[in-house]
Design a protein. Structure first.
Ligand code: GLC
Length: 530
């Protein structure tokens, strides 16, 4: 699958993103090239042929900047360089070029809500003191109480604990996430200009897209006693500015991380002069139930189609429970507030449903995200030793919420025991010994593996699916069936019993063996229409 062209159903190369399959690389857990137990660019570059063979059109990398890693790199100390544990700027440029050579675009993660307490601006702000222009880049306030000993308001951090931390001179600064992640002041034009410059820095280096972290929370009303930071109207002006920068270049895109329950509000981020796309978290969080899935798909289409924006279909990422674990539980929904850690999960059922969900997500019109390890069917690792855990959610919840480390365990590539070809060193999170059955090496040779399902599905998807429209077909209760423009029909059986298939010419791909002419429960199939 090499060559310089960008193959796929989309004729306009500028619109590559509308139907792309985008693979999410959590760099520190992907592949380790230098043996220090942490994934890096050398490891990723060495594994590019794997991603090319998988059939993805783009790679989204989580933050790769210098970072003290208080939040896995979402505490950015320098927006214009690469974390030394990951490599160098020159290696990043080489990676972008090599990926392009394979027809794979690069999307990077930009974190505009907050930086790191080690970032130069914050260091300067602490030094410059109250009332200084340096402090105006952040959200510093005097405290309440007789001696300012109480925080300016009672807002809570999203990771738990207070959202304010006091500095030695007595002022407090706001951090919606960890104390090591001070929030920027987006009312300050210097902040606006700085991020435009950062965007240009990376677009100039060939980056094709920007994933915008925590995109909806940049504007705050600090006078409100109630937490008031989600989805203020003022954010849209920020993204209009970003869009103008992106449009100075051709074919570069903005993708929002926008968690909003209200689809009408969500759609505002996708207006033609704002972001190109946003992650579909409604679908990600949806339980494995036919009516809920159909509702989520319809809602997604109703939100996107009038705007001309392609939907995205996401089953997992570095913040949520791995699908094979989630779908094997009695409650198959996802909720940040209750991750259901420890709820029993049936691995056979979970895998069966995750396979069917993969074919469903791949068949829907628009873009697709695949989080590394999803294609290997990795489960959530729920029994990590406490001393290995690194997620700030674990620390800030007083060790009551296990957080997200369980979906971030380094990938198993080959061999019979850890580190499973991840690298020469001891991986930064321990891998379960059972993963010897799930290595890429084992799965690539197995026609029935999850990896083979993803590879076959993604290659067919490039030709027959991606951007476009869909039409629901009549089907019995509990069966989802729809047709795409190419004539491909996708049928998913959520009835709990075998179901009949609609008329068809041939079976292109199935998530599990068919039962004579019947589609077994929790199985999906792609058919060539009659
Ligand atoms: C986003 C990221 C998450 C991070 C948070 C703070 O939600 O996906 O991993 O912890 O923002 O930057």
């Amino acid at each position: 699958m090499s060559g310089s062209a960008f193959p796929g159903a989309t004729p306009d190369p500028q619109a590559w993103w509308r139907g792309a399959a985008i693979y999410q690389v959590y760099l520190r857990s992907f592949a380790d090239g230098n043996g220090d137990g942490v994934g890096d660019l050398a490891g990723l570059r060495a594994r590019l042929p794997y991603l090319s063979d998988l059939g993805v059109g783009a790679i989204w990398l989580n933050p790769w900047y210098p970072s003290p890693m208080a939040d896995g790199g979402y505490d950015v100390a320098d927006y214009r360089d690469i974390e030394p544990a990951f490599g160098t700027l020159a290696e990043a440029e080489a990676f972008i070029a090599e990926a392009h050579g394979l027809g794979i675009r690069t999307i990077i993660d930009i974190v505009p809500n907050h930086g790191s307490d080690q970032q130069e601006w914050f260091v300067q702000a602490l030094r410059a003191g109250p009332g200084s222009p340096e402090r105006e880049r952040f959200l510093f306030r005097a405290g309440r109480g007789e001696n300012g000993e109480l925080p300016p308001n009672d807002w809570k951090s999203i990771f738990g604990g207070p959202a304010w931390t006091r500095v030695p001179d007595g002022e407090w600064y706001l951090h919606l996430f960890a104390p090591e992640q001070p929030d920027f002041n987006w009312a300050n034009p210097e902040v606006v200009a700085e991020f435009h410059d950062v965007l240009r820095f990376w677009f100039d280096r060939g980056v094709d897209g920007i994933r915008i972290d925590s995109a909806a929370v940049l504007i705050k009303d600090l006078d409100s006693e109630e937490e008031s930071y989600t989805d203020h109207d003022g954010v849209h002006e920020i993204y209009r500015g970003w869009r103008r920068v992106a449009d100075e270049y051709g074919g570069r895109i903005l993708i929002g991380e926008v968690w909003l329950p209200d689809q009408e509000r969500f759609a505002r981020y996708l207006r033609p002069d704002e972001m190109h796309t946003a992650f579909n978290f409604d679908f990600l969080a949806c339980p494995w139930e036919p009516d809920a899935l159909r509702r989520s798909i319809d809602l997604t289409l109703a939100t996107h189609v009038p705007l001309g924006a392609p939907p995205t279909w996401v089953l997992s990422n570095h913040d949520v429970t791995r699908p094979v674990t989630r779908y094997g539980r009695a409650d198959t929904s996802f909720d940040h507030a209750d991750r259901k850690h420890g709820m029993p999960s049936d691995p056979v059922l979970g895998e069966r449903r995750a396979r069917a969900a993969a074919l469903l997500a791949m068949a829907l019109p628009g873009g697709l995200y695949v989080y590394q390890g999803e294609e290997l069917g990795l489960p959530e690792v729920e029994d990590l030793p406490d001393e290995a855990r690194q997620d700030p959610i674990w620390f800030r919840s007083g060790h009551t919420d296990l957080g997200r480390d369980g979906c971030r365990v380094p990938l198993p590539w080959s061999g019979d025991e850890p580190p499973f070809g991840f690298g020469a060193g001891r991986p930064w999170l321990p891998q379960p010994p059972e993963w010897k059955a799930l290595t890429a090496e084992v799965q690539v040779a197995d026609p029935a593996s999850m990896l083979t399902l993803y590879r076959t599905g993604l290659h067919l998807r490039r030709v027959l699916l991606g951007d476009g429209t869909m039409t629901w077909l009549d089907a019995q209760d509990g069966v989802l069936a729809f047709r795409r423009e190419s004539g491909l029909i996708c049928v998913v059986n959520l009835t709990g019993r075998p179901a009949g298939l609609p008329p068809h010419e041939s079976v292109l791909l199935a998530s599990g063996p068919l039962d004579g002419g019947l589609l077994p429960a929790d199985t999906a199939v792609w058919l060539r229409g009659a």
